[in-house]
Design a protein around this ligand. Structure first.
Ligand SMILES: [Zn+2]
Length: 133
């Protein structure tokens, strides 16, 4: 998918993911209120924290970046840049599965555990996203 295609998502793609995106926007608003910067890039909102945004710092203790619908929350601009390709794969996964994606993601992690693999690292959605890092 080219960056031009990424910037021209269909309205349907946004609507299909909207309930999850609203959840992401909630965190984005809080982060923005705490001083994070917000940019529109590749058809998604990127929220970058800084040293004064404890919410994103707490998040960053677990993740450098996380995708919630069409919102990508990152520790800072550097981590967003580093993880952008990976997180944009997660955006496409959201667009494929819509509101079912968060449930499927968790189920995929438990499937990995049941197979004796790692919860996060061997999740099939993470494996797909890592191919584009
Ligand atoms: Zn990932």
């Amino acid at each position: 998918m080219t960056s031009n295609q990424l910037q021209h998502r269909s309205l349907l793609a946004y609507l299909w993911v909207l309930p999850v995106t609203l959840f992401g926007l909630f965190f984005a608003l809080i982060a923005y209120w705490l001083g994070a910067s917000v940019k529109h890039r590749h058809g998604v909102l990127e929220v970058a924290g800084n040293s004064r945004t404890p919410l994103l710092r707490a998040l960053a203790n677990q993740f450098d970046a996380i995708t919630v619908g069409h919102v990508i929350l990152g520790r800072n601009h550097g981590t967003l840049k580093r993880w952008r390709s990976h997180e944009l794969v997660h955006v496409r996964q959201y667009e494929r599965w819509g509101v079912l994606f968060p449930v499927l993601y968790v189920l995929a992690s438990f499937k990995s555990l049941l197979e004796g693999k790692r919860f996060y690292w061997d999740n099939v959605f993470e494996v797909e996203a890592r191919r584009f890092q």
